[in-house]
Design a binder for this molecule. Structure first.
Ligand code: F6R
Length: 250
């Protein structure tokens, strides 16, 4: 399946710290332009320093988070919000506990209970009721996943429960004591959910992401590489460091 190919805006920074500052600047400018913005947020190693920079901007420059609403991309199934490796815990630890967000306006998909599909439908309803996502921050997996949409996820997919691939479990095991502790399932926004965001900001750093970034930007838009489906969106910005950008032609 190939779709329309839009040209993303690509910002190449000298190193991961500069890329983190660039991402934080873009998010801060968006919050300042629209204080009640609806932000889509990501977890993982990539955005940690960008969140640190946003915390600094809050403390030193008064960046105000009080009116915004946030929706995270995904959450593990099988570990609760109090688990240190849950994505809710991550967001509290790296951002929410250090800025003046309104707690009830922060949302992370709920992987608890017996009916995760009902939780997923409710999440979609909440995004819609908030007016849709204005700016969605994304990372990218080495296999091209965005959120936990693994290869094969259709462009029309919505928030749902999914089974993680061995590659993703392996990649995420660095955050757990052992690979056996990594959950095998997660709840994730779908590609269709993500593509409805008004703007998309994908951050990637390090040589390990260079091949997947090349395929996302220059490859066919195909579910076998979920990030390539972002070519169907006309407001995508990639913020990369030089290592992640080394295979792309700009
Ligand atoms: C995180 C997420 C994932 C990560 C991706 C990259 O909420 O949805 O798609 O963005 O796995 O992870 P890192 O940044 O750890 O390389």
């Amino acid at each position: 399946m190939t779709g329309n190919r839009n040209r993303p805006r690509i910002v190449i920074c000298p190193d991961p710290l500069a890329a983190s500052r660039e991402v934080a600047q873009i998010i801060a400018a968006a919050i300042e332009a629209k204080p009640d913005i609806v932000l889509g947020l990501a977890t993982g190693g990539t955005p940690v320093a960008a969140y640190r920079e946003l915390v600094r901007m809050h403390r030193e420059q008064g960046l105000d988070f009080s009116e915004l609403t946030s929706f995270n991309l995904d959450e593990y199934i099988g570990i609760g919000p109090e688990h240190p490796q849950s994505f809710r815990y991550f967001m509290q630890q790296h951002l929410f506990d250090h800025v003046n967000v309104t707690p009830s306006q922060t949302h992370v998909p709920d992987g608890r209970g017996t009916d995760v599909e009902a939780n997923a439908r409710r999440y979609e309803d909440e995004i819609r009721a908030a007016g849709g996502i204005d700016l969605q921050l994304l990372g990218i997996g080495t296999n091209g996943h965005i959120a936990f949409n693994e290869p094969g996820s259709p462009a029309s997919s919505r928030t749902r429960a999914i089974e993680l691939t061995t590659e993703t479990i392996q990649a995420n095991s660095r955050f757990f004591d052992s690979i056996d502790q990594v959950p095998k399932h997660a709840i994730t926004m779908g590609i269709g959910t993500i593509l409805e965001s008004k703007r998309i900001l994908l951050m990637a750093t390090g040589e390990g992401k260079a091949d997947t970034i090349e395929r996302a930007i220059h490859g066919d838009a195909d579910p076998s590489h979920p990030a390539s489906l972002l070519q169907r969106h006309d407001e995508v910005t990639y913020v990369l460091d030089e290592a992640a950008a080394k295979r792309i032609a700009v």
